[in-house]
Design a protein around this ligand. Structure first.
Ligand SMILES: Cc1cc2nc3c(=O)[nH]c(=O)nc-3n(C[C@H](O)[C@H](O)[C@H](O)COP(=O)(O)OP(=O)(O)OC[C@H]3O[C@@H](n4cnc5c(N)ncnc54)[C@H](O)[C@@H]3O)c2cc1C
Length: 533
């Protein structure tokens, strides 16, 4: 979502809070798949402004959408060309709700406004000798946006963490107050019955401040390896080798795997604690140390996308080319072996990467099954990729990205993709898989649908469970994402077990007038559809 767009200031919806400037603006998300030509947009300065906005919206039949950077791929802020968008007000949190403050006290805590970027939060912490124990790989979106969806990075070393949402110890949200019959700001602490619903709410709430648990800053080493083939990385457990995913996680703790399209080549990045700079590592002092991947102007991304769209077979050469470019880029920038503060290594992907539409799923399992989970995925992915190719269809024109984290704590964010499951306390790791592709690629939805159906059918308890990565693509029909009724109303609620109904009911109670929602969330977050099949 761009900030610098012009807008008209001379009108406002009827009865709109006078103290809050509001303009009509176009909205489009990062991947350019969600467009709304004209939507009322304001920038609340305080939580009280959000309260005034919510009460106005409730009494005038409008809805409010908290908006960050618009980096979510799917319809979480607005739906594409949302029919009732004229009765929506976007509340852009980035302009004013962006404070960051380290709290005094024994335990390192940081209080942050939802509009602060993840990067600015990490930079502020670093100035105080602190860090987060887990963070997203890109820091250019808002804390509120990352928490809403259960933002994650990579890393499963003990004590393993799942999502950033699980780091929240307290939060303020604007919720319905039955006693006064109005919306009001309320504070929630970990352990309060409603808090677990608000830690990851997919956009069904408005959070105005959070307090996160931090840790002492530490240094990491990130080593790249571009020589491993997918056969080794995703080997069957009985054939696993030192560069198989489970072995890398065991040895280093954190791994990011890129598997290039129509190729068996990979780029492995491992992250491990290194208090002292290893002699072969280059010290870095800032984030995003792979400039050859993330300095791609949007126009270039569009051209590549269009060329591959018009000549789908070109996708067959993309993987080898991307691999060669990565090898050359790592050498040219001396980035194959880096050492530095945690934020400078864990933030490694800027938004100016190629603008792919990403699918996203988390497969929650136990450590002993980790290699089998990734092997099964790779086997099916390869079968589908090659089967489509044999029919001269080339939907898989971007890499597969795979990361591994722990799961969230019991009692943590209920709607987190890696929420703990009381029926399966042995599940302690999660494989996050994204399949990337240029937006609009022919047969992409079909391909994603086949892969997603496999995942929901194959990864079943007690082996594993699959949940959607909310901000990415999922719920595929043969022509669209976020659309399959069986996934939205069946597979997804079932993946959360009995807690689905509880959490949806809690979110409804906190916002009974559905001020904070949109047509997609109305369809998704329905009580009564939960429970395991
Ligand atoms: C290049 C790139 C890299 C990415 N890397 C990662 C990654 O490493 N790990 C990961 O987990 N994800 C990653 N993502 C996805 C990203 O975390 C999510 O899309 C996130 O939601 C983006 O935040 P945003 O500020 O853009 O939120 P938006 O897209 O603007 O909003 C997303 C949702 O959050 C809600 N929201 C925002 N603020 C608030 C608030 N104050 N209160 C309540 N709800 C709120 C919105 O209403 C909406 O439902 C990446 C995305 C891109 C484009």
């Amino acid at each position: 979502m761009t900030r610098a767009l012009s807008g008209r200031a001379h009108d406002a919806p009827p009865g709109f809070p006078r103290a809050l400037p509001v303009r009509r603006r176009p909205y489009r998300n990062w991947v350019d798949r969600i467009h709304v030509d004209d939507v009322w947009t304001c920038s609340p300065r305080t939580a009280e402004d959000v309260v005034a906005l919510a009460n106005w919206a409730w009494s005038h039949g409008y809805r409010v959408r908290a908006a960050g950077e618009g980096h979510s791929v799917g319809p979480l802020v607005l739906t594409d060309r949302q029919p009732d968008a004229q009765r929506v007000v976007l509340a852009d949190t980035r302009d004013h709700l962006d404070h960051v403050q380290v709290l005094p006290g024994e335990a390192p805590l940081v209080r942050v406004g939802p509009g602060a970027s993840v990067r600015s939060l990490l930079e502020h912490l670093a100035r105080h000798g602190l860090a987060l124990p887990c963070t997203t790989g890109c820091g250019e979106f808002t804390v509120g946006g990352a928490l809403a969806v259960g933002g994650h990075g990579t890393g499963a070393a003990a004590p393993a963490h799942g999502t950033m949402s699980d780091l929240v110890v307290a939060l303020d949200a604007v919720v319905w107050d039955a006693a006064s019959g109005r919306y009001a700001v309320r504070g929630f602490r970990r352990g309060d019955p409603d808090t677990a619903a608000l830690l990851t709410h997919v956009g069904r709430a408005f959070v105005t401040e959070v307090t996160l648990a931090a840790v002492a800053d530490h240094t990491l080493r990130c080593a790249s390896d571009t020589t491993a083939l997918s056969g080794e990385v995703f080997a069957a457990p009985e054939a696993a080798a030192p560069r198989s995913v489970a072995a890398l996680v065991e040895r280093c703790g954190a791994v990011d795997v890129l598997w290039f399209p129509y190729s068996e080549r990979t780029w492995l990045r491992t992250f491990e604690p290194a208090p002292v700079r290893p002699p072969t590592s280059r010290a870095v002092t800032g984030p995003y140390n792979y400039p050859f991947t993330d300095h791609i102007p949007e126009a270039v991304s569009r051209v590549v996308s269009r060329v591959v769209g018009e000549h789908p077979r070109y996708a067959l050469g993309l993987g080898e080319a991307q691999h060669a470019a990565s090898v050359a880029g790592l050498a040219a920038t001396a980035s194959a072996d880096l050492w530095g503060r945690s934020k400078d290594l864990l933030l490694y992907s800027r938004p100016n990467v190629l603008r792919y539409a990403w699918s996203g799923h988390a497969i929650v399992t136990c450590r002993a099954e980790l290699q089998r989970v990734v092997h099964d995925f790779a086997v099916r992915y390869r079968e589908l990729r090659d089967g489509y190719r044999d029919r001269e269809r080339y939907p898989a024109n971007g890499p597969v990205e795979l990361r591994v984290t722990g799961v969230d704590h019991a009692g943590g964010p209920t709607l987190s993709p890696v929420a703990a499951d009381p029926d399966h306390p042995h599940w302690d790791v999660a494989v996050w898989v994204s399949v990337l592709g240029f937006p609009g690629t022919g047969h992409a939805e079909s391909f994603h649908r086949d892969l997603e159906r496999f995942a929901f059918d194959h990864y079943r308890p007690p082996y594993a469970v699959v949940r959607p990565e909310w901000a990415k693509g999922w719920g595929y029909t043969t022509s669209a994402g976020w659309a399959d009724a069986a996934v939205l109303g069946g597979a997804v609620p079932a993946a959360f077990g009995a807690s689905w109904n509880r959490v949806v009911t809690r979110l409804d109670a906190l916002d009974p007038h559905r001020v904070f929602g949109n047509p997609f969330l109305d369809r998704l977050l329905v009580a009564g559809s939960g429970g395991r099949t």
